[in-house]
Design a protein around this ligand. Structure first.
Ligand code: ZN
Length: 422
């Protein structure tokens, strides 16, 4: 018989014997949870090298391998105990062992500690309860204890390691003092005491990280539009005519008051059940860009992800992602992903782009994908109905009309008025 054949024979005996210790047949005593945890790790597979070696050495020495089986199983229990404890959060903190969740991941840390402890005790119990002659049981238990704990050597090893560690710490403090640094200079100093700089407060994003996100977003908003810092308070209704429009009887100022209030409420309630997609329309210089930027800022400050760009800028981003150079592509891909995935996309000045088959299909893609994903979008545009029809496909127009709330802007070009006043 070859060793491989004997190995298979040993393995079959060992697996059967191990399954009998804490498996189903032993349950029902009120500590099933612990037995289940012990059984889980003991039966989690593995090569069983230790118990096989016990049996093979027994054979080589002329012993009866069947009588040695409990000792072989004891070696495996002790090994399993060491694995369970090694994986614990206070040790290696491993989530997986042989492709399966570690003991504490399945049963919790307390049970895992106890299961390890119990397996260690059971290892010696199994030897002591075996049918071997008393002196041989004692020798086996002693051999296992020596191999596992290294007896007196362990204490010496721990003491010397501790002394060395303390010495090194003292040396380090001395060095720090020497260069004029505080002794705790190398200790972790956390910027955020709440999450210890992990960014997570429990399973939620910590306030410190949210603030960081908002700050980064504000910076990128400012980079994209000079109006990243625009606030609703700066909006001045005085620039709009209070003379009623002869056709409607309503003055631009009154209309814009309504539009302004709508935008403020929109930004404050963004994300709620009543949030709509917006299409801000009207001539140049009526404050569309300004109010869109105010919405961007407020919504962003409330913690939502916002992408703000001119329509032309968005299309050229998508073009770069599709046709760009390789070194450019990576970054563009990230930006394009962001524009599809952000909570609010604001595309300013639709219609100022050079209209091509690509931009039209890109626009349709943006509108359609974001509608399908339930994400909100705001477009602003100076184009008249005729100009819109001339540039875009009926599919695009029907979605802009059907799925977007149109916000009309009235009055005369504020930029010209402001110049006249100055
Ligand atoms: Zn924090």
């Amino acid at each position: 018989m070859t060793f491989d054949e004997r190995y298979d024979g040993y393995l079959a005996q060992i697996e059967t014997a191990l399954a009998g210790y804490f498996g189903e047949g032993r349950r029902g005593f009120g500590f099933d949870g612990l037995l289940r945890a012990m059984d889980y790790s003991l039966m989690a597979g593995g090569k069983r090298i230790r118990p096989v070696l016990v049996l093979e050495f027994c054979r080589v020495c002329g012993g009866d391998t069947r009588a040695a089986l409990p000792v072989a199983c004891a070696a495996e229990m002790l090994h399993t105990y060491s694995l369970i404890h090694d994986d614990l959060p206070c040790m290696d903190n491993d989530d997986l062992r042989r492709g399966k969740p570690t003991n504490h991941k399945v049963f919790g840390e307390c049970t895992a500690v106890l299961a390890g402890d119990a397996l260690q005790a059971e290892a010696f119990g199994t030897i002591l309860r075996s049918g071997l002659p008393p002196l041989r049981r004692a020798r086996c238990a002693e051999a296992l204890a020596d191999a596992a704990g290294k007896g007196g050597d362990l204490y010496a090893a721990v003491s010397s390691a501790r002394d060395k560690n303390l010495r090194l710490q003292e040396e380090l403090r001395g060095e720090l003092r020497r260069v004029g640094l505080p002794e705790d200079w190398l200790d972790a100093q956390y910027l955020c005491d709440k999450c210890l700089d992990t960014g997570y407060d429990g399973d939620r994003l910590c306030e410190c990280l949210l603030a960081r996100y908002r700050e980064e977003q504000r910076k990128s908003l400012s980079a994209l539009c000079r109006l990243g810092s625009s606030t609703f308070d700066e909006f001045d209704l005085d620039y709009y005519d209070s003379e009623p429009d002869p056709r409607t009887g309503v003055s631009p100022r009154e209309s814009m008051d309504v539009v302004y209030e709508y935008c403020v409420r929109y930004a404050e309630k963004f994300g709620g059940r009543h949030t709509k997609n917006l299409f801000m329309r009207g001539g140049t210089g009526l404050g569309k860009t300004f109010l869109a930027a105010c919405i961007a800022r407020t919504v962003s400050e409330r913690g939502f992800s916002v992408v703000y760009d001119t329509a032309a800028g968005l299309f050229s981003l998508m073009e770069r992602e599709k046709f760009g150079r390789a070194d450019d592509e990576e970054e563009a891909r990230g930006d394009v992903e962001r524009l599809f995935a952000c909570d609010l996309l604001i595309a300013d000045d639709l219609g100022t782009e050079l209209t091509t088959a690509f931009t039209v299909s890109a626009l349709y893609d943006i509108i359609n994908t974001r509608l399908a994903d339930g994400r909100w979008t705001i477009f602003t545009s100076n184009l008249s109905d005729e100009e819109l029809r001339a540039r875009y496909t009926p599919q695009i127009l029907s979605r802009l009309e059907g799925e977007y709330h149109v916000l009309p802007f009235y009055g005369r070009d504020i930029r010209l008025l402001r110049r006249d006043r100055e």
